[in-house]
Design a protein around this ligand. Structure first.
Ligand code: ATP
Ligand code: MG
Length: 563
């Protein structure tokens, strides 16, 4: 099997930093930030940004802050802040500081007054719609606002009164005075402040004017001392504005540099927070931490190791070309990590009873119980062994038996001998059926000479099956998952990703039968159910296991085919 490898990290962002260090641009200092808006839970795309932002800082001996980009009080909630902090820690990173864009509201406001005094910003009495309509378009210049030529004194007075709460929402805005005919639309007198009489999760009722993203972001970077402000490609067009604001201001530090990279998108997956929220409100999934969600919460409940996410994000590299990665590639990293760490267990998902008719009884007439020592993880001898009880009544998978075997079916059928893993060879004799014709019990004989799972005469069997002693079985519930979206690019046909939802993305199985050692599984721990895949014990619900991934590595197989 070809194992995915994580290349030594190098990318155009690191190259830029290396050149800046050689040129002494920031005096060898490297500082980054991860700036989520606390309006939802972090998802796999954010993991890519986190690995990039924190990874770059680590590589160059710099620091990375977590900055909650909380300039938009209507949409933001403290609940999300807590989850963001927690998810970053789970991914394995420690912010140098946790800061908020709202921590800088006072400084941002002071700088706004400064721009007004310099004649570089003005108060516009038009509403948002009118302002947008006047922006013009590509190749079509915008229209100057009738309020554009107010004097600095008048603007300063109005701005102060905006801040003091004299005006209703939307009745005025502060705009930068740049150029309504600029070829870059973002420089056509962008809005810096809008009026919103709303309580903010961090600043309470202190403010009723709130800065826009463009007015807040670069300035926050400069206040914090960020050197390289890494963001995704959709902000490329904003970069001239980012630079324009910084060039007008008396900065406390070097002027930070914005660098953009391509967003991570995965096949069969969406990352839009708005649509993820809709999956919850529509009842498609149970919540932000549903194991089918691409949120870090969901992936974590599903059993994805943080290490696998980091390795994947590193291995796919950082580019300026948008592309969609195969979810099978991510799963390949998950499997690789779990193969090293997960203990092996035998669990029967759809049990049917196997009765060994020649099994011995003891002096009291009870069936004999034997114990077999099984390796916990062949990849890691330090994990040791466990004992599994074996007796005359067992559970096996219903689909491991066929009364009339179809072609290429090598598992159990009448007259056919198979190995019960680590225990004995058994040969089925007949099946007991209910009135509907369903097999409810399989009768078999065992060969005592094959104890331990091998025949002394060297005879072979074509298949090895997992089993659980009926008298010792522990009941378990299992959730099996399929893709949440049936198509590789959800919404490609209709434009609406939610049209491509898989109606059968979860199958719940109750009454699964597990070997006794399963009782020692820790909440959140992932174990390998032999032959079936990796399964994570739910952190809250006892004996509910989520299938993390199956055992077959489609991605590695496809790489091999490609040569
Ligand atoms: P939305 O528009 O759905 O709210 P967003 O992209 O604005 O999402 P933020 O929380 O503001 O999300 O993003 C925080 C950081 O994570 C930003 O730097 C953003 O560029 C980055 N990021 C978000 N999604 C992705 C993604 N799919 N791939 C890489 N980086 C991402
Ligand atoms: Mg955003």
């Amino acid at each position: 099997m070809t194992e995915p490898t994580v290349p030594a990290t190098n990318d155009f962002i690191r190259e830029t930093i290396r050149r800046d260090n050689e040129a002494g641009t920031f005096g060898q200092r490297v500082q980054t930030r991860f700036p989520p808006e606390p309006n939802g839970y972090l998802h796999i795309g954010h993991a890519k940004a986190i690995v990039q932002d924190f990874g770059v800082a680590e590589d160059f001996g710099g620091v990375c802050n977590l900055r909650l980009d909380d300039t938009n009080p209507g949409a933001e909630e403290a609940e999300y802040v807590g989850s963001i902090v927690d998810d970053i820690a789970w991914l394995g990173y420690t912010p140098a500081s946790i800061v908020h864009a709202s921590d800088y509201f006072e400084q941002l406001y002071a700088w706004a007054e400064y721009l007004v005094e310099q004649g570089k910003a003005y108060v516009d009495d038009q509403d948002g719609e009118t302002i947008s309509a006047q922006r013009g378009g590509f190749g079509k210049p915008g229209v100057n606002s009738p309020f554009r030529d107010r004097t600095p004194q008048e603007n300063l007075d109005l701005l102060r009164r905006m801040r003091a709460g004299e005006f209703p929402d939307g009745s005025k805005a502060l705009r930068a005075k740049i150029d309504m005919a600029h070829e870059n639309m973002w420089l056509r007198d962008p809005v810096m402040y809008r009026i919103r009489h709303l309580t903010h999760h961090n600043t309470g009722d202190t403010w009723c004017i709130y800065p826009t993203y463009d007015w807040a972001h670069g300035q926050s970077d400069a206040i914090e001392g960020v050197t390289h402000s890494i963001c995704t490609l959709e902000f490329e067009g904003h970069r001239p504005l980012y630079d324009w604001f910084l060039e007008q201001l008396p900065l406390p530090s070097d002027q930070p540099k914005q660098l953009e990279f391509a967003r991570l998108e995965l096949t069969h997956t969406i990352t839009s927070k708005r649509r993820l929220r809709k999956l919850i409100t529509d009842g498609v999934v149970d919540g932000w931490d549903d194991p089918r969600m691409p949120t870090l919460r969901g992936l974590r409940r599903r059993g994805y190791p943080a290490r696998a996410l980091r390795d994947f994000c590193t291995a796919i590299g950082t580019t300026r070309t948008n592309s969609r990665k195969a979810i099978e590639e991510l799963e390949s990293y998950v499997r690789r990590e779990l193969n090293k760490t997960a203990q092996r267990r035998m669990v029967v998902l759809r049990p049917v009873k196997l009765v060994i008719t020649n099994w011995p009884t003891d002096a009291d007439g009870n069936p004999v119980v034997e114990y077999f020592e099984l390796t916990n993880n062949p990849e890691n001898p330090a994990d040791g062994v466990r004992e599994a009880a074996f007796s005359g009544e067992l559970f096996i998978e219903a689909d491991d038996f066929a009364e009339v075997p179809p072609p290429k079916f090598f598992r159990l059928s009448p007259g056919r001998e198979v190995r019960l893993r680590g225990a004995y060879f058994v040969t089925a004799t007949d099946a007991v059926k209910d009135e509907a014709g369903n097999v409810v019990q399989i009768n078999a004989t065992y060969d005592p000479a094959t104890r331990g799972g091998d025949a002394p005469d060297g005879r072979r069997v074509k298949s090895t099956m997992h089993w659980v002693s009926a008298a010792h079985a522990v009941d378990a519930n299992v959730a099996l998952y399929d893709r949440l979206f049936t198509t590789e690019v959800p919404g490609r046909e209709t434009g609406e990703p939610l049209d491509d939802l898989n109606p059968a993305s979860r199958e719940l199985l109750t009454g699964c039968k597990a070997e006794q050692a399963i009782a020692g599984t820790e909440p959140g721990e992932v174990v390998q159910f032999e032959r079936l895949g990796y399964f994570a014990l739910d952190p809250d619900e006892p004996m509910l296991f989520h299938r993390t991934v199956g055992l077959r590595d489609e991605w590695a197989a496809a790489q091999k085919r490609k040569g």
